[in-house]
Design a protein around this ligand. Sequence first.
Ligand code: HAM
Length: 433
Amino acid sequence: MGNEKIPQVSGTRDVLPVDTYVKADEPWLRIGHYHLVEDAARTLFPLYGYQEARTPILERTELFARGVGEGTDIVGKEMYTFDDGVDGKTTSVTLRPEGTAAIVRAYVQHNLQVAGGETKWWYTGPMFRRERQQKGRYRQFTQIGVEAFGSPGPRVDVEQIEMLHRWLSALGLKFAMHINTLGDGDTRPRWKAALQEYLRARKDQLTKDSQERIETNPIRVLDSKFDKPEILAEAPKIDAFLSETAKKHFDGLQEGLTRLHVPFVVDARLVRGLDYYTLTTFEAIATEGLGAQSTIAGGGRYDGLVRLLGGGDVAGVGFAAGLERIALLCAAQNREATTRPVVFIAPLGDAEAAKADELGQALRAAGLAVEVSFRKSNVGNQLKRADALKARFALVLGESELASGKAKLKELATGAQHEIELQSLAESVKKLL
Ligand code: HAM
């Protein structure tokens, strides 16, 4: 065993303090982008009735095979699956690649449909997919998602999309909300058959992946990034096949969004990569800053999923957003973010250093960020450091300050000096903020 460096697993990433963000209204508090994004969700989602649920990272493989779909890329190629002993038997388990199937499993397991009415949950946590790594695409990533059960009409879809729009807008992101319908049980078989017929006739012009999908999942071919756009654009549209119910739902969705002033674009190619969707699908797509992996959040309705996973006929709709992608966008918008202590305390000798430690403790107890200098150097160098840290005030402690209990608090941006009593330092600083 040598002492060479051990690299991290590819596709995973560390969140370092450099990923921090300074809140505009509280510039002295450093908040990680992750917290900023999560905090915004934590305060906003409950206003719409969503409560937090936490489910395990490890689930039985069959949950995703059945819930997300055997024919999807996620289940077919991307899951971290291994055998484990569960209840005395060898059982295949998987690191969850997404949250919806797990949330539905919990909903069914804890019999929540018995209570009837609406159940609205939000969740956050790590998800795992063995994908090719690139900017904004990782093998371990974090989702924040919501799921609403028990409401079949389009108004809850509208409410949820409005909430997503409000959340992302509050974070200052530039994005477009794409919506589509995938129809219902009366729509899909007829549309699928027409698509298959159209694609089979053009099979030799399609990529290998798409050729395979003609028989397994022809709707997904529409989502292909590698096939000729004109072939995809001319494929049969769902509109001609929409049942009365499906059409009414999609009309209701668009009317509702318009009524609430949520801007959207109808995007017929938005088919999503998971099999459980019916009717509404939607994605928030960044209009700048993310390159190819520009989808910040995606979701839709999944009215058959609760039944498919052993529960009753309960409607469901939800979305999940990628925390890393949002954090990347927030970071790009706030390049200036730096660490900023309110007070930089510079003691000049050993006795002053002991006093500085006590003053630091008192200021922090009052909720103020403080940097106490541990270095021995002259006043000039100490103040240079205070400047570099972008501290608001510097407090130099020498023999005379220690003896008199009085000192000057220097405002670094303006040079203004405020005479203060060391005993009541925290109050004086707070008054000046
Ligand atoms: P999804 O579209 O697979 O949907 O993922 C949702 C979001 O998670 C994506 O828009 C993206 O921001 C982020 N994401 C996905 N894969 C990666 C990755 N490899 N690296 C970084 N970020 C990623 C779902 O997972 C559904 N469960 C959403 C849903 C909830 N539908 C209904 N309810």
